[in-house]
Design a protein around this ligand. Sequence first.
Ligand code: NI
Length: 207
Amino acid sequence: MGQRHHKQKAASPPASVNAVAVLDIVLYPDDRLRAKCKPVESFDDELQALIDDMIETMYDAPGIGLAAPQVGRDLQLTVIDTRDREKPDPDNPGLLVLINPRIVEKSSETLTWEEGCLSIPGVFDDVTRPKRVVVEALDRHGEPFTIEGEELLAICLQHEIDHLKGVLFLDYLSRLKMRMAMKTYKRTKAGYLADLKKKREEKGDPA
Ligand code: NI
């Protein structure tokens, strides 16, 4: 998930002995964003490397959530970090790695939040969702855990779990709002691609 007023990197990824990489983010529209992702079955080194790369990619963007299909991987895996460096919250769980997650409880009370998505840069719109959710998932080592989220964390959990089912926040918009969003996106996508090209040229990578 992305935010309009994104902060600077809110936290640092954990130190790793392996070289981590910032992965290419799949941009809308793309069939890979519409896949119903497969459950993760093997918690091997390859998965650990993918998780580390996804965390790096999320912080680099910067974003507060990233799902595997957004880096072209058809797996039920998402990383989330909704911490705000300027407003530390002791209740925030920090960096989360959720594998094969499922929502087991939703509040009837809803919340309208302006959402964005790293795969749809520059597009932001209001979406109404349950204000509180409980999610069951596996951690990066395959151990089950339960996480309860309210407000931004609840919104982010739902947004990312939607990605694993091929659902995007755009799908909740009215036809009129969708038309407006696509008009904006034409411009913002071009800007995003131009920035990306510049960034790569500065790093000396092939464009
Ligand atoms: Ni997203």
